[in-house]
Design a protein around this ligand. Structure first.
Ligand SMILES: Nc1ncnc2c1ncn2[C@@H]1O[C@H](COP(=O)(O)OP(=O)(O)O)[C@@H](O)[C@H]1O
Ligand SMILES: [Mg+2]
Length: 232
């Protein structure tokens, strides 16, 4: 599904005809089958689709965690789909913040250290970054748990730290894969509120995979993935 845009500089992320298969038993499983997508700077987009429809695979391919078998991927107008995983990893640190359903915090680190790890991977930890980490943790309501070991945090608290980590390098794009999938309803609501507000406040583009139709409605554009492509 392509939308009409006047200024190509406003397109932050673009996918053209992305295809991805996985080896199956007798024959390969086709998971993405020609996905077209444009995400504008500052735009929020939600993606829904039944379990197994390829939502996580799509986010992984858009973020360069996995490579598509066919099609083209552009980050800020630059063709990146022919690049290696290591090139993508280096470039991704400043382009994309990722929030996963299962948080993926480093268990041996505290909240501050987990957020700073994101900056360390991007190769920059100075006093401004430490200040930003603290400010972000305060913004996500974790100012009172800066030095708390991540295994001692509740699910909602872990996801708040993960949201702060996703933003530490000030990426223009945040991808979130069912970020409230492991949380109870009230906590999920609070985390989603935070993610939408913060993306908005910090002028980020947001691609949100969610099963929750109410959360999906709160993004500017709603997409449905079905049989490996977006339904119109
Ligand atoms: N690494 C993999 N190897 C083989 N099959 C996979 C792999 N990753 C995902 N799949 C399959 O691809 C399909 C889509 O998976 P996924 O993208 O996780 O769906 P969703 O996030 O929409 O639930 C599923 O049928 C899943 O079993
Ligand atoms: Mg998934």
């Amino acid at each position: 599904m392509l939308c009409v845009v006047s200024n190509t500089n406003d397109i932050l992320l673009e996918a053209r005809g992305l295809g991805k298969q996985f080896p199956g038993g007798d024959e390969a499983i086709s998971v993405l089958d020609g996905v077209d997508l444009q995400v504008l700077r500052g735009e929020s987009v939600s993606i829904r689709g039944e379990s197994g429809s390829g939502k996580s695979t799509l986010l992984n391919v858009l973020s360069g965690l996995e490579i598509a078998d066919r099609g083209e991927l552009f980050w800020e107008g630059q063709l990146v789909s022919k690049r290696s995983l290591s090139w993508l990893a280096a470039r991704r640190t400043r382009f994309i913040g990722f929030v996963f359903q299962a948080y993926y915090l480093a268990p041996e680190l505290n909240s501050m250290e987990n957020v700073l790890l994101g900056a360390r991977i991007a190769g920059r930890v100075d006093s401004t970054v430490v200040d930003r980490a603290e400010a972000l943790l305060k913004k996500v309501g974790m100012g009172h748990r800066l030095k708390h070991g991540s295994t001692k945090l509740s699910g909602g608290e872990r996801q708040r730290v993960a949201v702060a980590r996703a933003l530490i390098n000030n990426p223009p794009l945040v991808l979130a894969d069912e970020p409230t999938g492991n949380l109870d309803e009230a906590t999920g609501e609070a985390v989603m509120e935070l993610l939408l507000d913060l993306a908005n406040e910090e002028s980020k583009s947001l691609v949100l995979v969610t099963h929750n139709p109410e959360f999906a409605e709160r993004t500017q554009r709603q997409l449905h993935l079905h049989l490996g492509k977006f339904e119109s």
